[in-house]
Design a protein around this ligand. Sequence first.
Ligand code: SAM
Length: 207
Amino acid sequence: MFERMSLYQKYLLPKLLNWAMKAPALSKLRSELIPSAEGKVLEIGMGSGLNLPHYDGISGLIGLEPSEELQNLAEDMLIQTHFPSEMLTGSAEDIPLESNTFDTVVMTWTLCSVTDPVLALSEIKRVIKPGGKVIFAEHGKSPDQNIRKLQKTLNPLWSRIAGGCQLNREIVDLYESSGFKFKSMERGYLEGPKFATYNYRGVAALR
Ligand SMILES: C[S@@+](CC[C@H](N)C(=O)[O-])C[C@H]1O[C@@H](n2cnc3c(N)ncnc32)[C@H](O)[C@@H]1O
């Protein structure tokens, strides 16, 4: 059983994620959010590189991604960027980079999957320059009681089939309690099942 799950996670899940993350509603959000990235950019959980075509006028990008298979899927797009770019293997909880380095950190639909979101946000705080910003889009806890109940019920199974993804992360609380303030923030349901599509997106900065 364990072997079957790990083969699923290693080979099939990256392809499923690549397909699911190409949903038109997500592409629209990428096109609205990502062009405001500036300067030196770190993208956390870069996945298959679907944000890459939306960067405009940045000085360089490092994409951090733990999955080798997703890195392979991102490679073609990485080669085509008009700015210096590279991929690094690593996790948000232990960013293998120096402090005070990045003007912009980008993290889209990834905080749901990191094992320790508080540690991840403290690492982001460490690597961002004073005056820098985080561009984010995440799904998370719904404001509706019935949907919250469903999220709680589905979470154990969902996280097993969706690479550790938690349906009900408290995105606003996580950012605020980690020392960020929102420069902009919008929330609401996107297309799709309500338990997985309550979305938070915007720009956060250090308080
Ligand atoms: C739903 S996918 C989103 C991918 C990409 N950010 C996008 O917008 O298409 C979640 C991503 O989080 C990555 N991930 C999971 N755990 C992580 C961790 N601890 N640190 C960094 N990335 C992680 C996964 O490998 C995957 O690329």
